[in-house]
Design a binder for this molecule. Sequence first.
Ligand SMILES: Nc1nc2c(ncn2[C@@H]2O[C@H](COP(=O)(O)OP(=O)(O)OP(=O)(O)O)[C@@H](O)[C@H]2O)c(=O)[nH]1
Length: 196
Amino acid sequence: MIPIGQAEFITTAVKPSGYPPPGPPEVAFAGRSNVGKSSLINTLTRRKKLVRVSGTPGRTQHINFFSINQDAIRLVDLPGYGYAKVPKAIRAAWRPMVEAYLSGRDTLAAVVVILDIRREPTGEDLMLLDWLRSLQITVLAAVTKADKLSNNQQASRLAKLRPTLAPFDPTPTLFSASTGQGREELWARVCEAAGV
Ligand SMILES: Nc1nc2c(ncn2[C@@H]2O[C@H](COP(=O)(O)OP(=O)(O)OP(=O)(O)O)[C@@H](O)[C@H]2O)c(=O)[nH]1
C-alpha cells in the first residue's frame, strides 16, 4: 500500500482519443449521481477539492483522470448515472462513454462501486455490477454516508446488503466522507487491487 502524497488532475475525456496514454494501474469510481462519489475520492486522497463536489446532481458527465504519487497509480472518476432530471441525450451518452473505458482500458485494475447506506441498490446499480462481472473487472463495493446512521443501524444495513453484494464483493467497505470512516480500509483495498 502506498501512502498518499501528491494527487493531481491529469485530464478530462469523453472518448478514448482523449484519455491520457496508458501508464500505471487505474482504479475507477462509479455510482449514482449524488451518491457521494466526489466526496469519497476527495476523502480518499485527503484533498478538499481534487474533485468538485456538486450541489447539482448529475453535473459530471466526463471521465476525469487523476494521478497519485508521481503516477504510481491513477484514479478515474466515471460520470454518475441514474439521475432522473438529467436530459435524455446525456443519459443516453453514459453507457457508450463508460463502456468504451471499461472494455477498452488495459490498465484498468478495479472499479469502486459506491452505494448509499440508506438506499437499496437500484436496478442500475445492479446492472453495473453485473456488467463489471461479465467483463471480469474486480469490484470494490463502498457503502458511503455511513455517518447518517448509528453504529447499530450501520451494522444491520450492512448485514442486509451483504447477500446482494456478495457475488460481486464479499467484503464491502463502510465509508463516510464526513468522518473519514473506512478511508484506510478502502485505500488499502484500492492499492491491493492495483498491485501497488
Ligand atoms: N453526511 C454525508 N454527506 C455526504 C457524504 N458524502 C457526500 N455527502 C453529501 O452528498 C452530496 C453529494 O455529494 P457529491 O460528493 O457531490 O456526490 P457525487 O456522487 O459526486 O455527485 P454527482 O457530481 O452529482 O455525481 C453533497 O451534499 C455531499 O456533501 C458522506 O459521507 N456523509
